[in-house]
Design a protein. Structure first.
Length: 502
C-alpha cells in the first residue's frame, strides 16, 4: 500500500498484488533479505551501527547475494531498503554492484537505501531548488532509533571520523551531544542516542558538511510510535498524529530562538513514517520526504538510468543517480508543502486513510491486535504471520516464536497509561528489545532472545520472562522501557520527563 493501490481482498494474501491497471507513479515491490544467520544478518539493531556497518566486510557477501537476486529480476527497476538506517549500506552496495557488473555482466540499477541518503541533495549545486542555507535554515530529521551502541564504541567511531579528539570513553550522552554540536555543528534536541546515530549516518554518506544544518529528534518515546522500537509491534498512526505536534513545535521553537534558524525541510528516517508525512506537511507548511519519496523518484529515474547503464558497465550508482534529470525533477516536484500523497496518510478532507470507522477501544488497543480492523472488509494491517522477509525466505516460513511479544504488556507501549492484556503481535523475541544478555543459554554473547529468526528458542518457555523493572534484572533485555532511554526534552514548556512540570 505504500507504493500502489491494493484491493482489500488482496491485503491478506501471501503476496498481494497491485490493482490493475497500475496507476502512474505506482508500482509493485519484491523483497530480498540480507543475510541468513544471526551474525551475518542485517537486523534492525545492526542497522544503528552506521559507520561500522558501512565497511563491515562480513556483510558484503550477503549484500551481494541480495543484489544479485534483484539485479537479475527483469521486473525490478530500482532498489531501496525497508529500514531508513539502511543508507549506511550504500558503500557496500556500491562495491557489490561493481563486482556483479564486472564478474557476472549484470546491469546496474538505480538504488538509494533510505531517505537520509537524500540529505546531500540539500547542500548541492545539482539543484538550486533543493539547496538550503545552513546558516539560516535547518533540516529536521525525525528518526526512529534503537540504542544498540555502547558509549565507548560510539565515541571511538566518532573520534575516528576526525572529531571528538581526546574525549573520554566514559563521557555521558549529554556531554557527547554537546561535543557533536561543538565539533560538527549538528544540533541534538535531547540526551538520547538519536542524534549520534544520525551523525554516524552523515559520516557514512560523506555529508558531514550538512551537519550544521541538521536538527534531530528521536521518536522512540512518541506516543503511538513506541511499539516500533520497543516490541517490533504495530504502530498506531492515528495516535501518533494526534499527539506528535508539541514535539515538532518544541524543535521548531528551539531552532528559531536558540539557533536563529527556521525548519526548511523535514526528513522522516524510518520506513514506518510515510503515513505521517501528509499531516506534517499540512501542519508545518514545509517539504517532507520519506521512503515513499525515495522509491517514487527512483522509479522515475529507472528508464533513463537503464538506457545509459548497459550490462557490464561499472558505475558509481548514487553519483549517477544524483545527476539523473528525471530523479532530480521528481525530488524537486516533492519540494512543496502542498503535495498530498493519495495512497496513504491524512487526505485533503482530513480523514486518515484506512483508519476510517476505527474508534474507541478498538483504536486505543490497535497495537495489541496487530492493527486488525473490526471490519474484515476494510483491513488496516496485514497479519504478522504474512510478513515478507524476502528472498530466500518464503512467506509462511518464519518461526512462530517471532509472531508474538510480551513487551506490548508494558504500560505505555500501546498508548500512554495503556498495556496490552496479553501477548501481542510483534517481533520482540526475534530482533526487538535492547541488545544485551538474554537469559537464554543458546544465545552467544549478546543478541536477541531467540536469535534473528527464532531458531534459538524451541518454544515460548525459552523466551526470557518480561522484565518489568530493568534496574532489578539488568541482564534480561526483554524489558519495558528503561529510564536511560528517555529523551528528556527540557526546552520551553515541553518535556518527556514525567518529573518535569509541564
Amino acid at each position: 500500500r505504500t507504493f500502489c493501490h491494493v484491493d482489500p481482498a488482496e491485503v491478506n494474501q501471501p503476496y498481494p498484488k497491485c490493482s490493475q491497471p497500475v496507476a502512474p507513479d505506482q508500482f509493485g515491490v519484491t523483497f530480498a533479505s540480507i543475510g541468513d544467520a544471526d551474525l551475518t544478518q542485517f537486523t534492525f539493531a545492526l542497522a544503528q551501527q552506521a559507520v561500522t556497518t558501512s565497511n563491515d566486510v562480513n556483510l558484503l557477501p550477503s549484500v551481494k547475494d541480495a543484489l544479485r537476486y534483484l539485479l537479475k529480476k527483469p521486473e525490478v527497476k530500482a532498489i531501496t531498503c525497508n529500514v531508513g538506517f539502511c543508507a549506511e549500506l550504500q558503500p557496500l552496495a556500491q562495491a557489490a554492484t561493481q563486482i556483479l557488473v564486472r564478474e557476472e555482466n549484470l546491469a546496474a540499477k538505480p538504488f538509494l537505501l533510505g531517505s537520509p541518503a537524500l540529505i546531500p541533495l540539500f547542500n548541492s549545486s545539482l539543484s538550486p531548488t533543493l539547496g538550503i542555507d545552513t546558516e539560516t535554515e535547518s533540516i529536521l530529521i525525525i528518526t526512529s532509533f534503537f540504542p544498540g551502541l555502547d558509549m565507548p564504541n560510539l565515541v571511538a567511531i566518532l573520534r575516528d571520523s576526525g572529531g571528538l579528539v581526546g574525549v573520554d570513553d566514559n563521557v555521558t550522552m549529554a556531554e557527547l551531544n554537546k561535543n557533536l554540536q561543538e565539533f560538527f555543528g549538528i544540533t541534538c534536541m535531547d540526551e538520547s542516542m538519536a542524534c549520534a546515530t544520525v551523525m554516524l549516518k552523515l559520516i557514512t554518506l560523506n555529508a558531514t558538511a550538512m551537519a550544521k544544518g541538521v536538527l534531530v529528534i528521536g521518536w522512540n518515546l512518541q506516543e503511538g510510535y513506541i511499539p516500533v522500537d520497543s516490541s517490533g509491534g504495530f504502530h498506531n498512526v492515528n495516535l501518533t498524529l494526534e499527539t506528535y505536534n508539541p514535539r515538532v513545535k518544541n524543535a521548531a521553537d528551539y531552532a528559531r530562538t536558540v539557533l536563529g534558524k527556521r525548519i526548511a525541510v523535514i526528513v522522516l528516517e524510518s520506513t514506518e513514517m510515510p503515513a505521517h508525512a501528509n499531516k506534517i506537511r499540512m501542519d508545518w507548511k514545509v517539504p517532507v520526504y520519506d521512503v515513499s519519496s525515495v522509491a517514487k523518484c527512483l522509479m522515475r529515474a529507472a528508464p533513463s538510468f537503464a538506457e545509459s547503464h548497459p550490462p557490464g558497465l561499472e558505475t558509481e550508482v548514487v553519483a549517477d543517480l544524483f545527476g539523473n534529470h528525471a530523479f532530480l525533477q521528481c525530488v524537486e516536484e516533492l519540494f512543496t508543502p502542498s503535495f498530498i500523497e493519495p495512497l496513504f496518510g491524512t487526505q485533503a478532507d482530513g480523514t486518515l486513510k484506512f483508519y476510517e470507522g476505527i474508534e474507541g477501544v478498538d483504536l486505543t488497543y490497535l497495537t495489541c491486535t496487530g492493527g486488525q480492523s473490526p471490519d474484515p472488509l476494510k483491513p488496516l494491517a496485514r497479519p504478522i504471520e504474512l510478513y515478507d522477509q524476502g528472498f530466500p525466505v518464503l512467506v509462511g516460513e518464519l518461526d512462530p516464536i517471532c509472531f508474538e511479544t510480551a513487551v506490548g504488556m508494558c504500560v505505555g507501549v500501546p498508548a500512554n497509561g495503556v498495556a496490552c492484556p496479553s501477548l501481542s503481535p510483534g517481533s520482540g523475541n526475534c530482533g526487538g528489545g535492547t541488545l544485551g544478555l538474554q537469559l537464554n543459554p543458546r544465545v552467544i554473547g549478546i543478541g536477541f532472545p531467540c536469535g534473528a529468526n527464532g531458531s534459538l528458542c524451541n518454544s515460548f518457555l525459552d523466551v526470557p520472562p518480561l522484565n518489568q523493572n530493568i534496574t532489578k534484572d539488568p541482564n534480561n533485555s526483554n524489558a519495558c522501557l528503561a529510564p536511560e532511554q528517555a529523551q528528556g526534552f527540557t526546552f520551553g514548556n515541553f518535556s518527556d520527563d514525567p518529573a518535569v512540570p509541564q
